[in-house]
Design a protein around this ligand. Structure first.
Ligand code: 2PG
Ligand code: MG
Length: 404
């Protein structure tokens, strides 16, 4: 038995310089796992709370007083027992007492410790029954930032290169190439401007929404020609962020929900988008369904704030036909057990899963193992910045381990 002999939590910083937590779990054998939890900016209304009301200090106090003693002696092989204990100790539906980030850090650190103890890579410990670790996700690489992740950029939050290859070396290189060429093009267009990068390492430039999609689309076509890979444009609109009093309020236009459906359909047709995340408000299951009916055969329609990795919300989306894909973020729902339950439901219903980072990240690579262990259709982890590259590099290592 892989008994937990020590459980600790401490404060670290995320890539935005905000405090978060990391957990260290040690087993009887001496095997140890450490994991930090990320934080979002455009958080969904139905996500679990990242921290209790008193923030990281309260999360740490509560952990030391009540959680650590209750984890000692548990078997790290029994994920359900560890994650179940976290829920019991929390006692709220939203990790309001312990904090979802504590739950994520402990859940992941325990899995890492167990993987080390039995001498296998983390992805194998997480692997769903049908997964052999040889299917690699497309890179969902955020190249231009807007919305809450950028100051002075477009309203749309993320302009994404969706790069596919059976070999991660190729898909990662293609996404990085798109990012680099967009930078070159921006320098050419704005020679006097000091360009910046947003929270997720994508460029920030004074572009309108359509100008930005146009630029992304041109560059994806260039990289497609160069590499002969499938490299297509995608967007995360994070539309809940600019849905105010029943209308989608862009700088250039204001649309009612029917207008927004039409606008997004137009974007898919005009730019050949292959990836479309959160094009509507987080409660708009019906509008998602209308869009999935019309363009779902040509593009991934992905629910992020809509589902918040929550199996009950996903079940509603499946019933209504709201999307053909779901974004998977561990700390939206708390534990790996909750996360994998949502993945299993998506798999059973034929929906694609896309494993995702948060805008405030930690420089760790475990997310790549979640993607490979669940045979995710995509890994959304940004393109540049140490905390993003950590995940891409880990994916490369996993690819090399299988000869890809
Ligand atoms: C999103 C994410 C990550 P945040 O909306 O998909 O890109 O942003 O972590 O701020 O919720
Ligand atoms: Mg999103």
């Amino acid at each position: 038995m892989s008994r937990i002999t020590s459980a600790e939590i401490d404060s670290i910083y995320d890539s935005r310089g905000r405090p978060t937590v990391e957990a260290t779990i040690v087993l009887e054998s001496g095997a140890r796992g450490r994991a930090g939890a990320p934080s979002g900016a455009s958080t969904g209304a139905h996500e679990v709370a990242a921290f209790p009301p008193g923030g990281v200090p309260e999360a740490i106090r509560t952990f030391r007083a009540r959680v650590a003693p209750a984890l000692l002696g548990l078997d790290a092989a029994d994920r359900a027992a560890i994650d179940g204990r976290l829920h019991e100790l929390d006692g709220t539906p939203s990790f309001g007492h312990l904090g979802g980030n504590t739950a994520t850090a402990v859940s992941v650190a325990s899995a890492i410790a167990y993987a080390e103890e039995i001498g296998v890579p983390l992805w194998k410990v997480l692997a769903r029954p049908h997964v052999d670790g040889r299917v690699f996700p497309a890179i969902v690489g955020n190249c231009l930032n807007g919305g809450r992740h950028a100051i002075g950029g477009p309203d749309i939050q993320e302009f994404i290169a969706f790069a596919e290859s059976a070999r991660p070396e190729e898909s990662v290189a293609a996404a990085i190439r798109v990012h680099g060429l967009i930078g070159e093009e921006l320098h050419r267009r704005f020679p006097k401007l000091a360009l910046g990068r947003g929270d997720e390492g994508g460029w920030v430039a004074p572009l309108g929404n359509l100008e930005a999609v146009e630029l992304l689309t041109e560059v994806c076509a260039r990289v497609r020609d160069e590499t002969h890979l499938s490299v297509h444009p995608g967007l995360d609109l994070a539309a809940s962020e600019f849905f105010v009093e029943g209308k989608y309020r862009y700088k250039e236009q204001t649309l009612d929900p029917a207008g927004q459906v039409g606008f997004v359909e137009h974007l898919v047709d005009r730019f050949g988008l292959r990836y479309l995340e959160d094009p509507f408000d987080q409660e708009a299951f019906d509008d998602f369904a209308a869009l999935t009916r019309s363009v779902g055969g040509r593009t991934l329609v992905v629910g992020d704030d809509l589902y918040v990795t929550n199996a009950e919300r996903l079940a509603q989306g499946i019933e209504q036909g709201s999307s053909n894909a779901v974004l998977i973020k561990v700390n939206q729902v708390g534990t790996l057990t909750d996360t994998l339950r949502t993945v299993d439901l998506a798999d059973a219903s034929g929906l694609a899963t896309v494993t995702s980072h948060r805008s405030g990240e930690v420089p760790e690579g475990w997310l790549a193992h979640v993607a490979v262990g669940t045979a995710a259709r995509g890994l959304k982890c940004g393109v540049l910045g140490g905390e993003r590259v950590a995940k891409l590099n880990e994916l490369l290592r996993l690819g090399r381990a299988t000869g890809r």
